[in-house]
Design a protein around this ligand. Structure first.
Ligand code: SF4
Length: 322
């Protein structure tokens, strides 16, 4: 596996505006004095904070192995990453995307195939967003990266009536910009940090409010066919990710700096899943297994199963039930 920075050299430099991405400013800020505190709390590529106790170090190793094993299995099960892929790793600065980057870098080190990983952050200009934190972190990890800048915050706040949540439009704009950038810059895979609990919460959100039996797939072809989205943490538990990111002292940037509240219905469902997990250990695992074990003939979707065409198989012995 080649880890040469030459592989990534062209992504590590400011690219200017590529065709189709003209409104987006692409920058790679340099470190400044304000970031020294963040850097001081990390120990770089090796992955352990300097002051970790032996017990914490053991826990970090254990969690790292577990997350890597689960991500590796998801990647293999869904054929998420193949030889020669250029993977755009979307890093918002939350615990999930930071952990995904860390785990993918770990997997790449020992993978039997070659693929490129480039971290991408979109600075949407929310008030208080600490623009220097992620570039410093990426440099510390020695991963190649690009920072995109687009003031979707002003756009969203001017569109959405006061008192309403911005998150729907904010995420829609973010997705559009990232997908367009990936297609214009030769990335054939887009990695997102959603985990198992996100997949389950989406399932219940659709079940309770959408009238659909659907979740968030580990691998997805975008509607326009130009991008393949992968979710390498699809088998990982949120509480493991949270604990790992905390122990590793990752520079987590909260999503709600803008003051908006995320989807209330999703919050209620996430809490419901947490309560079930506490009160009925094993239930969440069982529910997740169900996503991999669908039986269309025992549901009621005529598009998935030919109920109308069911016929008795001729020639079979009739069993007398009397
Ligand atoms: S909370 Fe996060 S997703 Fe919602 S509007 Fe703010 S930045 Fe966007």
């Amino acid at each position: 596996m080649t880890q040469s920075s030459e592989l990534y050299a062209k992504d590590a430099q400011p690219k200017g505006n590529a065709p189709g991405t003209s409104p987006v400013k692409v920058v790679v800020p340099s470190r400044d004095a304000g970031q020294s505190e963040v850097l001081a709390s990390r120990s770089g590529n090796a992955g352990f904070k300097r002051e970790a106790s032996p017990k914490q170090s053991r826990e970090i190793i254990k969690l790292h192995k577990k997350l890597k094993r689960e991500a590796g299995k998801a990647i293999a099960d869904f054929n998420m990453i193949e030889e020669g892929d250029r993977v755009m790793v979307c890093v918002s600065g939350g615990k999930d995307s930071l952990t995904m980057l860390d785990i993918l870098l770990g997997l790449k080190r020992h993978a039997p195939i070659n693929f490129d990983l480039v971290a991408i952050n979109l600075d949407q200009k929310q008030p208080g967003f600490p623009g220097g934190v992620l570039p410093a972190y990426f440099e510390d990890l020695e991963v190649d990266y690009t920072i995109l800048e687009e003031d979707t915050y002003s756009l969203v706040t001017s569109m959405v009536p006061e008192g309403k949540t911005y998150c729907g439009w904010c995420s829609r704009f973010r997705r559009g910009i990232l997908y367009k950038y990936a297609a214009a810059n030769g990335f054939n895979k887009i990695a997102l940090g959603h985990h198992r609990d996100d997949l389950l919460a989406t399932l219940f959100l659709n079940l309770f409010h959408g009238g659909k039996l659907k979740s968030m797939p580990p691998k997805l072809l975008s509607d326009d066919g130009r991008n393949i989205v992968i979710r390498p943490l699809a088998y990982c538990r949120e509480k493991d990710i949270e604990r790992y990111a905390g122990l590793r002292e990752m520079p987590i940037i909260p999503c709600n700096l803008c003051g908006s509240q995320n989807n209330l219905q999703r919050q209620v469902i996430e809490q419901m899943l947490k309560d079930w997990d506490r009160q009925h250990p094993g239930r969440v695992e069982t529910m997740f297994r169900a996503l991999n074990n669908v039986v269309p003939s025992h549901l009621a979707d005529t598009k998935l199963h030919d109920f109308a065409g069911l016929r008795i198989t001729p020639g079979l012995d009739v069993v007398n039930l009397d």
